[in-house]
Ligand binder design. Sequence first.
Ligand code: BV8
Ligand code: ZN
Length: 246
Amino acid sequence: MDDLHTAAGALAAARRVVVFTGAGISAESGVPTFRDALTGLWERFDAQSLATPQAFQDDPDLVWGWYEWRRSLIQRVSPNPGHAAVTTIQNRAPRTTVITQNVDDLHERAGSTDPIHLHGSLFAPRCASCARPAEIPEAIEPDEGRRLPPPRCRACAAPIRPGVVWFGEPLPEEALETAVQEATDCDLLLTIGTSGLVYPAAEIPKVATMFGATVIQINPQPTPLDPTATVNLHGPAAEILPALVE
Ligand code: BV8
Ligand code: ZN
């Protein structure tokens, strides 16, 4: 495939690389995406009732139980060859930054250094009131419908909340600033497995294009980021990424 060769050449020549990932990179590990037809989480669950500050206020047991179910799923799966290829890219071009919208820990488990988690992490629970970091609870048996009362903060007794960014919440300031800076300064950005629908994260590839970087997109489906990308590679990340670094 010509596009694959073009992309591989550009990647091999790049000195500053940004790898920007979404749920699609973890799909082949068995982690459901959000918006894919039939299998996406938002096909089966209502985002407003689960992924907003209001939802947690209204029904903390429902929200905490759902996020603990998702964390238990992730603990049972492994990084795939796509995550491993990202680590290879980072090892070859040391000025590579991994910026992920994912709340899983699969980049870390594949050996990537310091991925930036724009939407937080399932492994960083904190107090909903005083923001003090809390202990990660013991793993539970996966059960998607189970309500679970959240643990209480040791300092102020308020409920512990998942360490993710909900709709309507600002992204972690330092993570977003670093991500925008890296997108501004890179010569190549790979956008992998994201629908490009959630803002402000979806601005990151656009910033790279605006500042003159080559943008390579990997996704089996077309996305609103297609016109932003210099090269569009259509296919699953766990196949295309290893081919790109071969
Ligand atoms: C904020 C975390 C302000 C928790 C998530 C501009 C226009 C319109 C609306 C807005 C706007 N700006 C802001 C908004 C509002 C909103 C937003 O963007 N709404 C959209 C949906 C219309 N944004 C916010 O609310 C953000 N906050 O703006 O704050 C503010 C400022 C100051 C003070 C107060 C407030 C916060 C957004 C964070 C939302 N958090 N969840 C959790 O996980 O539960 S969103 C959710 O979407 C996920 O976290 C995920 O990270 C994110 C992006 O999704 P993707 O990763 O792209 O996944 P998706 O399923 O969509 O796509 C998967 C892709 O993979 C597909 O394209 C598929 O084809 C592909 N794929 C499938 N298989 C494979 C594959 N690719 C490769 N290989 C495969 N095998
Ligand atoms: Zn507290």
